[in-house]
Design a protein around this ligand. Structure first.
Ligand SMILES: *Cc1c(COP(=O)(O)O)cnc(C)c1O
Length: 433
């Protein structure tokens, strides 16, 4: 399997190279040249397969030439060592809980798989590697935890100062060791721009080995597709064609779902649910993509005004918006809607949603519009990560899991930095010496 750039100007590469480079040299994002077709027997047998077996079979079709079976199996069983249960919320509505990893958010899935692939590939080359990543909240902690203590790898995390929750900040700024956090005086889009500029900087590349670890790395996208199959397995009906709602920001999660659908996974269509950063629903409606400045919301991990993975979605559909509309609906919701959903779902069912998952729920309910098809929405963060909003709407503080409580008492060790590129470059060059 070869990987190609969405810009079409860089040569095709192996899975290994796509993961190690992060971004293609022409500024595009790597995608598999074609999405593999999985055999009907795989889909028929899904309900009988374990989470790890499903992940292994899917991963193999993408990585066979670069990861020997025993290594792939080890990476999967280490990285995906937590469950992803499907629960019934009511009637035909199900929630897929993606937040049982160490940082309580779905990005653990991608970050843990990718970090182990990178550790394996760079271990073979014996070179020191710097991972540069921009985060709007959850990527940072997932990547930091994924690489913590991994030899030969330094992680530098850029985040918008004052724009991530206290809990999120504590999760990636208190670790020390090979993890450095830079608090950027700006927005998440500024952080992303800085990272993109660094990757395009040839002088920097000559002085150090840089790789990305945010959602643009194909090594993160791929494992995120595994749980779409696992949701189907847990519905226990190989013929069920669920509607699947994905709370989206940078659109990596949705891209992974689309890839799963293109391999043959039975499903009806996706709902791309956003907060008021609604460039995608606008794009799907008008066919014109207009990036916008980020607007802060209570679902802040989805505050993205210029989603990178749109390039991949366009690639998958040959840039045909009409085709996209057959496979996706998209809606946006305000903070008020989000709060009302947390309140309503809790009072009517007892189920506690975090603000991101609430947007997934809202998107599903709106798309189904009383249709009785099975519907699955993805819960991307544990409610305890957004405990204040959740408590205001449910009247009760969510239970704080042990691993979250532990880091709350630690001291923040981030370095403040401006949003100009030269300052970041000087920092990286000094660090690389
Ligand atoms: C990152 C994140 C999202 C958005 O996922 P994308 O792949 O960027 O669309 C949604 N919810 C939570 C909790 C997140 O951390």
């Amino acid at each position: 399997m070869k990987y190609v750039s969405t810009n079409g100007l860089a040569p095709p590469v192996s899975f290994r190279e796509a993961v190690m480079k992060g971004q293609a040299p022409d500024g595009g994002l790597y995608m598999p040249e074609s999405v593999p077709q999985l055999p009907p027997s795989f889909f028929r047998d899904l309900p009988d397969l374990s989470w790890a077996e499903i992940a292994f079979q899917v991963a193999r079709s993408y990585t066979e030439e670069d990861l020997p079976d025993d290594i792939l199996w080890q990476i999967i069983t280490e990285a995906l060592n937590f469950n992803i249960p499907l629960k019934q919320v009511r009637d035909n509505l199900f929630v897929l809980e993606l937040f049982h990893g160490p940082t309580l958010a779905f990005k653990d899935v991608g970050a843990r798989f990718m970090s182990r692939c990178i550790a394996y590939f760079s271990g073979e080359e014996g070179e020191k590697l710097t991972i540069l990543v921009a985060t709007s909240g959850d990527t940072g902690s997932a990547v930091a935890h994924g690489f913590l203590g991994v030899k030969g790898i330094d992680v530098v995390i850029l985040y918008p100062r004052g724009k991530v929750s206290e809990i999120q900040e504590k999760q990636f700024t208190t670790l020390g060791d090979n993890i450095t956090a830079l608090a950027v005086e700006g927005t998440f889009d500024d952080c992303q721009r800085l990272v993109k500029t660094a990757f395009a900087d040839e002088e920097l590349h000559r002085s150090m080995n840089l790789s990305s670890a945010n959602s643009i790395n194909i090594g993160r996208l791929l494992p995120q597709s595994f749980y779409y199959y696992y949701a189907q397995a847990q519905l226990c009906d190989p013929l069920a064609r669920p509607v699947i709602s994905v709370p989206s920001g940078n659109f990596g999660n949705l891209t992974s779902g689309l890839m799963a659908a293109f391999t043959g996974l039975p499903m009806e269509y996706f709902v791309a649910a956003t907060n008021i950063n609604k460039v995608f629903p606008e794009y799907l409606r008008t066919g014109v993509f207009t990036p916008r400045p980020t607007i802060p919301t209570i679902s802040n991990a989805m505050d993205v005004g210029n989603p990178s993975n749109l390039a991949r979605i366009r690639y998958l559909f040959g840039d045909d918006v009409k085709e996209m509309r057959k496979k996706m609906k998209s809606f946006s919701f305000t903070d008020e809607d989000t709060r009302a959903a947390i309140h309503e779902v809790y009072t009517t069912t007892g189920y506690v949603l975090d603000p991101h998952s609430a947007i997934g729920y809202l998107g599903l309910v709106k798309a189904l519009d009383n249709d009785e098809k099975p519907g699955v929405f993805l819960a991307t963060a544990h409610p305890a990560k957004f405990k204040d909003v959740v408590a205001e709407e449910t009247g009760k503080l969510p239970e704080i899991p042990e691993r979250l409580a532990a880091c709350m008492g630690k001291e923040i060790k981030s370095i403040p930095i401006g949003k100009g590129y030269e300052e970041l470059k000087a920092f990286l060059l000094e660090k690389g010496e």
